[in-house]
Design a protein around this ligand. Structure first.
Ligand code: NI
Length: 225
């Protein structure tokens, strides 16, 4: 399941990000993937050691910490620090699956459960550049307004189609979830959404409380923290 999370960054934050990203230097994106990925990938990235990458990444994670929709969907345990990429002049990243285990600082590792793409350009600024995610229900396409984010299971095949005009700038990163199984995570998300809707509609309080208890007890059974 893909989820569109609107307004992760404000228009002002996006404008500030764009100004600073336009003024920095980018490197070939193939430096951060293995041999197979390198054949499919044609884009640019911010270097891993870039202080700008670290600073903007921290701003994104702070914004996400205040986003209940993201929390409910991803049930985040830990994050790979956000990266930034840019596609121009036919740049593309053909169908691939992201690595399952990624290295964090100090020898720590992260299992990629949830993939995130935060769009930093509006759709009319470039041609192409759709994120296409293939799951058991078919292919889904995302090209969102600047500041919005798409999240999807990292187990999915996905691609970025060639950017034939303008530039597509985005941040991307992975989350290790407290709940590794996509199906269980989806059940919890749907249950949490239904409980919120019941609560907002003024439904019977004791029934809502009981359902909330079921939600937390399922999470207790399934969470790895
Ligand atoms: Ni990918």
């Amino acid at each position: 399941m893909l989820l569109h999370i609107p307004g992760v960054l404000s228009r002002e934050q996006v404008a500030d990000f764009r100004r600073r990203l336009d003024g920095t230097s980018w490197i070939d994106g193939r430096e951060t993937v293995g041999h197979l990925g390198a054949q499919a990938k044609r884009n640019e990235q911010l270097p891993d050691a870039s202080p700008l990458k670290r600073e903007l990444g921290e701003t994104i994670l702070l914004a996400l910490a205040k986003n209940p929709l993201f929390f409910s969907f991803a049930l985040p345990f830990k994050y790979l620090p956000p990266r930034f990429n840019r596609y121009t002049g036919g740049g593309t990243y053909g169908f691939h699956v992201d690595g399952a285990v990624m290295n964090l600082a100090q020898g720590e590792q992260l299992r990629s459960d949830v993939s995130c793409t935060l769009f930093l350009c509006d759709p009319d600024e470039y041609e192409g550049g759709e994120l296409v995610v293939a799951d058991t229900y078919g292919e889904h396409m995302a090209k969102l307004p600047a500041g919005d984010m798409i999240v999807y299971p990292s187990s999915s095949l996905h691609q970025v189609t060639p950017v034939t005009r303008g530039a597509r700038v985005a941040s991307f990163f992975w989350v290790q979830s407290m709940v590794r199984d996509d199906g269980r995570r989806r059940l919890l998300f749907e249950m949490d959404s239904a409980i919120e809707a019941l609560r907002a509609s003024g439904a019977d309080e004791s029934a809502v409380l009981q359902l909330t208890g079921v939600y937390h007890n399922l999470l207790r059974q399934w969470a790895e923290v």
